[in-house]
Design a protein around this ligand. Structure first.
Ligand SMILES: [Zn+2]
Length: 97
């Protein structure tokens, strides 16, 4: 008998719902940090959807806003916190040399 390994060879693309083989799928980490793999389940995108995907860190924005307690601080202190958090994560927006 086969060993009861429950490892699926296909994953479902999160955008279009297609089944793609795990080896061709792209991992999509909604937390935006693919290198921190602990306690995470990755979602998957097929190659096409991955390519179509806008590379802007949009999904992280929500987390960032929660983290910075958007709406619970004054606008001014929120904005300065936001800018430094974004710079921490992505580097300065302009002039990347
Ligand atoms: Zn897809």
């Amino acid at each position: 008998m086969w060993p009861s390994r429950n490892r699926t060879a296909t994953v479902t693309c999160l955008a279009c719902g297609d089944e793609v083989s795990r080896s061709t799928a792209r991992e999509y980490d909604k937390y935006g940090d693919r290198w921190d793999r602990e306690d995470k389940t990755f979602e998957h995108l097929c190659k096409d959807c991955y390519t179509d995907l806008c590379r802007q860190p949009r999904d992280e924005l929500e987390d960032l806003l929660v983290e910075l307690e958007a709406g619970e601080r004054g606008q001014k202190s929120f904005l300065s916190g936001y800018i430094s958090a974004v710079e921490d994560r992505y580097g300065t927006v302009e002039e990347e040399s």
